[in-house]
Ligand binder design. Sequence first.
Ligand code: BES
Ligand code: MN
Ligand code: ZN
Length: 513
Amino acid sequence: MTQTVETDFIALGDLGSGGKRARARNLGTLVVFAGDDLAFGDATRALLGDSLDLVQRAAKVAKFKGAAGSSLDLLAPTGVQADRLLVVGSHAKKKPEGEAEYLNLGGQTMGKISGAEVITVAFDLPGETAHPAGAAADFMLGVRLRSYKFDLYKTKKKKPDEDDSTPAKVKVSIAVANLAEVRREAKHREALADGIVKARSLVNEPANVLYPVEFAARAKELEKLGVDVDILDVKAMQKLGMGALLGVGQGSVRESRMVVMRWNGQKGSKAKPVAFIGKGVTFDTGGISIKPAAGMEDMKGDMAGAACVVGLMHALAARKAKVNAIGAIGLVENMPDGNAQRPGDIVKTMSGQTVEVINTDAEGRLVLADVLWYIQDKYKPEFMVNLATLTGAILVALGKEYAGLFSNNDELSGRLTTAGTATGEKLWRMPMGPAYDKMIDSQFADMKNVGGRNAGSITAAQFLQRFVNDVPWAHLDIAGTGMASPSGDINQSWGSGWGVRLLDRLVSDHYES
Ligand code: BES
Ligand code: MN
Ligand code: ZN
């Protein structure tokens, strides 16, 4: 069972006030916010009533001044109907920096209250700046993302009295001044939260459970939200001539699949669809060019690109985004075997171009080559954005802070970069060009699948570009950001669900009518 958190919004006025507590109820753990120099909002002052004095005395003892990131924890406070009072330093004097600000505050707050089952948040941030209606909704998203935990396979749960840091169910009520407005905004964030959680769980699942056929079945669940989902099996892909994708999967007893998801939120519109394509290698041993044993278990996450696409399609459909969007994922398992492809093999892609497979561990680009071609050919999209845990080299270049961005189009690049800054899922554009492209010319075929030691992430991108015609295209190399993610305010999970917020933002900012 995965720990669940339930959130809802209530009116600030319904919390009662310290002075007259006629309507007051037990608030469980009450969270309030303090700004610099222990500034409180008016609603917070009213709510605290007599206990304001207690808070001020405790703050003095603890040297708590309301700085961002700090907090003051009061157990069994008097003068307020709560078991516990947590005062969280908010970001009062700093100008809000967009959605990530409140999102992170939601995550931080949850990080400070392990053990609480009933939580009431008085969302009344001090300071003169007006906070957008989306602020409380973003806070809620942060609460939900921070609370996600993948413990499906832990059978030895601690008894509740042994470990009160993880109650099975947590209820968080967020009290706001502008209830109706916040509820409207929250619908979008709920959809996003569900999509991100879905992506995270796909990345976290082990490869013996989540192989291509099972992954396709999970994508098929999107039909419940009104998404059209087509699954192409090996025979169908053979018919299309997808020799590159199929070559990667031929060493596995798990059959390959391709899934195409379509969300038509702009019914009747003639607008071209936007397209998102994901690498879905459910496990990457490297194949015959086998990887070293150390850390190979991480290669269950080599489908983080595909997971993001499924999570994104979930979010778009759940919030009924006014866009026509296509999500396509290539699902294969890369195994060494008597039937596996060999270094030196030459495969024919759906585009007709041939590839000499120098290294069977450079498999992601082979999978994407056929999926990119198929989507471009069949749907003539407005743009294609693909996500892939493509190269270890991008980790060397950018670490886990930024994903690599490669593109043939400045406008699309700019929009993606801006969405990255706004959401905190940051992108760094890398160069491309003919000199790099030349590095993958092959002696025997149209191209080879690796370019040598130098510029590994760039030559991988050049390879993909050979399967893109005139359509605006961007490739996001998420080997650093998509898996084995560091813990932070809004993520404690190995699989972070990276990219769902980024691409949802790209869509809502530019492609919804
Ligand atoms: N899935 C890996 C890339 C990867 C590495 C993802 C580390 C996440 C963390 C990819 O298929 C791969 O093996 N790439 C090779 C390419 C090389 C053979 C040219 C690599 O990066 O070593
Ligand atoms: Mn590989
Ligand atoms: Zn791989």
